[in-house]
Structure formats: C-alpha cells, structure tokens
Design a protein around this ligand. Structure first.
Ligand SMILES: [Fe+2]
Ligand SMILES: [Fe+2]
Length: 148
C-alpha cells in the first residue's frame, strides 16, 4: 500500500534525478538544459517543502503533540537553512552563472542528503504510524499539491 513514506521518498528520488541532470548540464556547458532542469529542480523542491510544512508537519504536530521540540521542528529549521541557498541558486540561474549554481548546489546537498535520510527513516514513518487509517486522506491532500 502506498504510504506517506513511500510517496515522499519517491518525490525525493524524482527531485534528486532532476538535480543530477542539472549538474551534468552545468558541468558540460549545456546552458539551455541547465536552465530548464534547474528551474524544474527549484520549483519541485520548493513545492515538496510546502507539502511538508503546510500539510504533513502540522498533521504530525497535531497527532503527536510534539510542537515545541521534535523531528518536525528540526526539519523546519533545516528547510530554513536551505532557503537561503535556494535563493542563491535562483540568482545564479538569472545571471547565467553556471559555476555559481554548481557551488550553491553542492552546499545545498550537504544539507539535503542527511535531511532527506532523516525524513525517510524517522519523520515519515512516525507520521504514517501516528495517522493510521487517516493517512490516506492526508496523502491525498499532499498529492493535490503535486506538480504534474
Ligand atoms: Fe524536508
Ligand atoms: Fe522531504
């Protein structure tokens, strides 16, 4: 059965794949592909974070009562760290600055890789457990936000 964990993990993989295509294009000097893939990457990662912050984390906090401290608080703080870097990546693309994009991208992935691992191994499974049979409705809310 599809769970919040499997759906969100798949979204991480999809977003990682776009990032890899953008990096390969940046390395190979293919600026048209870089522009397209980087725009996709930024849009999809930002939407993914919205799914978490607007739908999943509030549900987690309501179910578990872990509002002040706990995994969702930590994950939001890491999103906040990422936002500044995402802005740098967006600015680099506007300036056609492929090396700037690559260096910001490397900085982002130093946070994003362990972040995604914590979500997949802890946050999402805890949420699936906490939601029980109500998980399907929550997942439907997340899917309604997905970019086609
Ligand atoms: Fe996240
Ligand atoms: Fe995530």
């Amino acid at each position: 059965m599809e769970s919040i964990t499997t759906y969100m993990q798949h979204d991480h993989e999809l977003i990682d794949g776009i990032a890899e295509r953008a990096s390969a294009a940046a390395a190979g000097g293919d600026s048209a592909t870089l522009a397209r893939e980087a725009a996709q990457f930024l849009q999809r990662l930002e939407r993914h974070i919205e799914m978490e912050e607007h739908v999943l984390f509030p549900a987690f906090e309501q179910r578990t009562g872990m509002r002040e401290a706990g995994p969702s608080v930590q994950m939001r703080a890491e999103h906040e760290q990422m936002r500044g870097i995402l802005a740098q990546m967006r600015d680099a693309m506007k300036a056609n600055d492929a090396p700037g994009y690559r260096s910001a991208s490397r900085a982002l992935f130093e946070i994003l890789v362990p972040h995604n691992m914590k979500e997949e191994q802890m946050m999402y499974p805890m949420l699936d457990d906490a939601m029980g049979a109500d998980g399907a409705a929550l997942l439907a809310d997340v899917k309604a936000m997905a970019i086609a």
